[in-house]
Design a protein around this ligand. Sequence first.
Ligand SMILES: CC(C)(COP(=O)(O)OP(=O)(O)OC[C@H]1O[C@@H](n2cnc3c(N)ncnc32)[C@H](O)[C@@H]1OP(=O)(O)O)[C@@H](O)C(=O)NCCC(=O)NCCS
Length: 135
Amino acid sequence: MVQLTNFDADYFHSLEGENAWIALGSEKYQKDYNNQKYFTVIDAEGEKLGIVGIFDFDQQKNLTHIVIDPKYRDKGLLKNIYHKLMEKTGAKFLIATIDAKNIASKKAHEKAGFIKISDEEFENEFQKFKYKYER
Ligand SMILES: CC(C)(COP(=O)(O)OP(=O)(O)OC[C@H]1O[C@@H](n2cnc3c(N)ncnc32)[C@H](O)[C@@H]1OP(=O)(O)O)[C@@H](O)C(=O)NCCC(=O)NCCS
């Protein structure tokens, strides 16, 4: 059973490095990413499992950002975390933009039921794939 609690910036940076990109608005980060809602994912015992966030950019809504703690990867947590995120924020859909090289992320999102919505032109230009999930 996963729960979403207050965002812990130190924990995020311990997972992803000091200069890791995040949409959260502050002087350090870009201000164009709106409606950021970031959370620390914990289990029933309060153990930290990762970070999940949602934000809007330009015309795009509900872009997601997820990092699962290496200790807890490969356990199928991604889908549970996204369901909790939708419950908590009221989002009706989620969009994930995934680097072409990030095989683990593509596989995990496809397994969770995300459907690829990008076309070849977008994929070739940005070397990224775009996926959508609706409950
Ligand atoms: C992407 C990420 C969130 C996936 O988390 P996870 O806990 O492994 O996800 P799941 O357990 O739900 O699914 C993992 C699936 O990917 C597969 N997988 C994991 N690593 C893989 C790799 N290097 N190559 C191929 N498949 C891989 C697993 O085998 C599993 O599929 P299976 O059950 O069919 O075997 C996690 O790897 C992560 O936090 N990565 C670093 C940050 C990141 O890339 N975030 C996503 C940005 S879009």
